[in-house]
Ligand binder design. Structure first.
Ligand code: 26V
Length: 871
């Protein structure tokens, strides 16, 4: 039997343990219970004492509370969480140390995943499950009068990411550790993560995410690991021993302080690492200034330094030009590369030609792309390699993943900003670009000189700002492509768009650089741990829990898809999860919802291209139809509870209006006595990883309705699929591959195809809108949901028939969408068919495990092999 399964026995899938069943739940009895449990456990401990590991969990939890927090007695769930987390942390660190001792001895090639975002969510549940300690800690808490689930609920999310890109990085770390791949994540330890979203009168307001206030048990501060990072200043050429060297003297320096976040693999002794950097001042205090009575000036350095790792940038509708963001990017890249090189040198000295055999870096989008110039700087200026040798090493070590087709999201930094903040890097980029364009000129030698010049200009890393001819820009995607061995998109269709459109010029030059790596999600967090009831049913049915790290085994469920008794069990699990979501809706909105209704969910960042607006329009249309129906007709209607959740970037005005439209429509629909039993619409505020863990298992229909060709992949679609939730979606991103794996007929696919988009945009002014669409526009404009003026720009953005308007083609897809929604209703009426499809979704989700994705990266791009410590 596999390593940790032995320890977990059959508890993996969340079967209740004996003690959990008998545990009293009365809060008032907790203290007595707690004291008794600890005393009992201490007796046992007396015979087994002999190291921290042998201390029984209840005693250990109590000890942590006593000695770390100075607490004694009647703890809240939050206290119990801290005690438990600090206890679990020790086992995690033991595993971390063992793994790294092993890797130090073996010296395997490492993959370093450089990412400005890691959206980790909560750690307690994941850690105890992955370490095989779930049963032990659930029992301990039970004996003390607590429930693991409630205790785990007290943890704050680590929300160091915006959305898909950051959560993908977190899933990848889980898979890398689970597959025993030597690899670390590197990023920034933001003091404030993704903002908290609250609603005030139906409008989004943003609040700071102060996530570190109660301490973070999942990190280890490494006081011995810090590096200097410089900014600004001047660059000089000097002769040293007859050789010309370049010396950069920064005008500002800060310290990057390492914090390690151990990442436990599942069913393996491997625990890898996410190293996050915190920015600190070089000197604690300018004592001179302080003594002179200038306290403000003394504090200035500290504030300036700390600002670098203070906040996560929420991705905006206009992401350009924020100097602090470039500073953040360079800060973490510089510290990470120095860290890797210093470990390399400790073992291999200056044999840098073998660096590509020991280390490779994945650039998660363009955010860490300054790594191209920084690795060159470290190798040439600091280590004294010649340029060509350094360039060979650099391009062998780096790889780049593109995550978006949105042109405005492709980072370009003004040369002026780059030259001021990173003067040496700007020089290096210029030299790279000179070499690149010179090489291109040779490569394109057969072309006529005019055509050649055009092609070269189009591929130059440094180019004019098309909106402002005065300004020159550094195109970070181009730098990443030129500086990398491999470039990949994140779903089949997206990788084709990268090759055929976004980076087509480069694809023509280097066809073999371009790859596809379809995204995946970790089946641990997104099925096994967030839906233990379904996991238990799957394990029972397949007779094994091996599907948790071999999701292809889920295909075995296909044999049961039409089995009535299996369908009944499948449906019972969904009902239980729906009850939980209903309880959450009740808690937030105070309403009881019909739990027999179809639970219809759209959760993701709010963006015009994701088309939450289209969803709302169809909900309004449904409402209007219901209003018109006779009581007899209403009895036949399929009741729905619609849920929309997601954050709008603070500066993204249109997205905020969309949120307000959702809440305004909800206010009308949910109170209408004619329809409220048949239709509800709720906006769930502050959508985040833990909320997703509650919502996704309860969902029956999920919406992935981006304009074809705009959503690079989507990853929540995979999470819904794993949890047996049907998809209504466009032929976009990973929806396509999901449909292929699930059976296209099982998915509600609608709308225009990516190939048609450009033409349709051009023809926009001739487009004849559907009369139902026109009616809805008049309704919103006319104030059916109040706030007429506020909604006006929303109506205008899609309703003027001119080129450039309705850029995301809501009107074009509207009729097809309503039709697909009718198919949904018809299918839901046939519960046997609905359940069959639901089972087919989970059965078809095998491909979308991030284990598969990571295996592909490891084999095709990283060339990294597993290295597992002994148990
Ligand atoms: C998007 C946009 C849209 C236009 C306005 C500015 C802006 C800035 C940033 C972004 C996000 C780009 C990176 C990103 O999060 N991409 C997401 O990556 C996921 C993981 O690969 C993928 O599943 C999502 O489809 C993709 O949007």
């Amino acid at each position: 039997m596999a390593y940790r399964q032995l320890q977990q026995s059959n508890r993996v899938a969340g079967a209740p343990t004996a003690s959990r069943q008998i545990a009293p739940r009365v809060a008032t009895g907790r203290r007595a219970l707690h004291v008794a449990a600890v005393a009992e456990a201490e007796k046992t401990a007396a015979t087994t004492r002999g190291g921290a590991a042998s201390v029984p969990a209840p005693v250990d939890i109590a000890n942590k509370l006593r000695y770390l927090f100075g607490r004694n007695g009647d703890y809240t769930n939050a206290d119990a969480y801290h005690g438990t987390a600090w206890s679990v942390r020790e086992k995690l660190i033991d595993s971390f140390n063992k793994t790294h001792e092993h890797w130090r001895k073996e010296d395997p090639k490492f993959i370093y995943y450089l990412s400005a975002e890691f959206l980790m969510g909560r750690s307690l549940t994941n850690t105890v499950y992955n370490l095989g300690l779930q049963g032990e800690y659930a029992d301990a808490l039970n004996q003390m009068g607590y429930e693991m689930e409630k205790v785990a609920d007290a943890e704050r999310d680590a929300a160091l990411g915006n959305g898909g890109l950051g959560r993908l990085a977190a899933c990848f770390l889980d898979s890398m550790a689970t597959l025993d791949l030597p690899g670390w994540g590197y990023g920034i330890r933001y003091k404030y993560g993704m903002f908290k979203q609250a609603l005030k009168n139906g409008y989004q307001i943003e609040q700071p995410d102060i996530w570190l206030t109660s301490g973070n048990p999942w990190e280890v501060r490494r006081d011995d690991v810090k590096f200097e990072v410089g900014f600004g200043g001047r660059v000089e050429r000097r002769k040293v021993n007859g050789k010309e060297v370049t010396v950069w003297t920064p005008s500002e320096k800060v310290i990057a302080q390492a914090y390690d976040n151990p990442i436990p693999g599942f069913d393996t002794p491997t625990t890898s690492n996410l190293r996050l950097w915190d920015a600190m001042p070089l000197t604690e205090f300018d004592l001179g200034a302080f003594n002179a009575g200038d306290y403000d000036r003394a504090m200035l350095d500290r504030e300036r330094a700390e600002a670098i790792s203070a906040v996560l940038y929420p991705n905006d509708s206009t992401p350009e030009g924020k100097e602090l963001r470039l500073k953040q990017q360079y800060f973490f890249v510089c510290a990470s590369l120095q860290d890797v090189l210093s470990r390399f040198k400790a073992v291999h000295g200056t044999a840098f030609e073998s660096l590509p055999d020991k280390a490779c870096f994945q650039l998660n989008d363009t955010h860490p792309t300054i790594a191209v110039a920084e690795l060159m700087r470290l190798l040439v200026d600091v280590e004294g390699l010649d340029w060509d040798q350094a360039w060979t090493i650099t391009t062998k070590c780096l790889n780049y993943t593109n995550h978006t087709v949105m042109p405005e999201a492709l980072e370009k930094w003004p040369v002026k900003v780059m030259a001021k903040m990173l003067p040496r890097h700007m020089e290096i980029i210029e030299v790279i670009n000179e070499g690149w364009t010179r090489w291109l000129a040779g490569h394109l030698g057969d072309l006529k000189s005019e055509e050649r010049a055009k092609r070269i200009a189009a591929m130059s890393i440094i180019h004019e700002n098309p909106w402002n001819k005065e300004e020159m820009l550094v195109n970070m995607a181009y730098l990443a492509v030129v500086g990398s061995s491999a470039v990949n998109g994140v779903a089949a269709i997206h990788s084709n768009i990268v090759k055929d459109e976004i980076l087509n010029d480069f694809y023509q030059i280097f066809p073999s650089k371009f790859q596809n790596k379809t995204n995946g999600v970790t089946p641990r967090r997104w099925l096994a741990w967030c839906n233990p009831e379904l996991a238990a049913l799957i394990t029972d049915t397949l007779g094994t829990s091996e599907w948790i790290n071999d999701t292809e085994k889920l295909a075995g469920l296909r044999a049961y898809a039409s089995d009535k008794s299996f369908q009944a069990k499948w449906s019972a699990v969904k009902k239980a999860k729906k009850a939980k979501l209903a309880a959450l809706i009740k808690k937030i909105h105070g309403d009881d919802v019909n739990q027999e209704a179809l639970f219809d969910i759209q959760i993701k960042r709010i963006h015009e291209y994701k088309r939450q607006y289209l969803n709302v329009l169809s909900i309004i249309w449904r409402y209007k139809q219901l209003k018109k129906m006779s009581p007899e007709e209403r009895r036949k209607a399929v009741p729905r509870v619609c849920v929309i959740g997601g954050k709008a970037a603070s500066a993204y005005d249109m997205a905020k209006r969309i949120i307000r439209l959702v809440t305004a429509v909800g206010d009308v629909i949910n109170r209408d006595p004619d329809t409220k039993d048949l239709l509800r619409l709720y906006f769930l505020p502050d959508y985040n990883v833990s909320l997703a863990e509650t919502i996704i298992p309860a969902a029956e229909l999920s919406q992935h309705i981006s304009t074809a060709g705009t959503e690079a992949s989507g990853t929540s679609n995979m999470k819904f699929q794993m949890n047996g939730c049907l998809i209504i979606g466009t032929w976009d991103g990973a929806n396509i591959e999901i449909a292929e794996e699930t059976g296209v007929d099982n998915v509600f696919v609608f709308g225009v195809r990516a190939e048609e988009i450009n033409q349709l945009r051009k023809e926009r002014k001739n487009f004849k809108t559907d009369p139902r669409w026109d009616e809805l526009m008049r309704d919103i404009e006319g104030g059916m949901f109040g706030d007429k003026d506020y909604f006006k720009p929303l109506v205008d953005s899609v309703n003027n028939m001119k080129v450039g308007n309705d850029w995301f083609l809501l009107a074009n897809d509207f009729a097809a969408y309503l039709e697909a929604q009718e198919e949904v209703d018809a299918c839901y009426k046939d519960q046997a068919e609905w359940l069959r499809r639901s089972i087919m979704y989970t059965a078809g989700s095998g491909k979308f495990s991030s284990d598969r994705t990571i295996r592909e990266y490891a084999e095709d791009i990283w060339h990294v092999k597993p290295s597992r410590p002994s148990a």
